[in-house]
Design a protein around this ligand. Sequence first.
Ligand SMILES: [Zn+2]
Length: 141
Amino acid sequence: MRPDLSPDSELVRRAVEFHGHLGPFLVLGLRAGLLALERLGAAKHELSVVVETEDKPPASCIIDGIQVSTGCTLGRANLQVKWHEGTPKITFKKDSRLLVLKVRDAALKEIVTKIEEGGSEAAAKDVLYKDEKQLFDLSAP
Ligand SMILES: [Zn+2]
């Protein structure tokens, strides 16, 4: 069953407590992690992950969303970060199975526009309710 992802949900509150603010990339990380748990049939703390993203916020905020939703952390050394320019790409691994998620360019553009129009929190709420197919390209190698 998919966890509750309203702005007042426990998961979102824990993410905000950990990260310090509600932003769209934090939510993208939450969504990516939840999707990976579902698709790979994993429980929290069973995955490892490689996150490729820009080395500064807001894009790098995605890392914290992934840490909160999957339990993969820097400290447990099951989360690896590779700084790279452009759209974030996340590779989740459970045993020998991989799931690669790429944030869609269109989703990124929309986030940037929403931040400009209504601020970070409004953009985050938008990402909370968006269809995952609109957010991520799952066919990326
Ligand atoms: Zn942030």
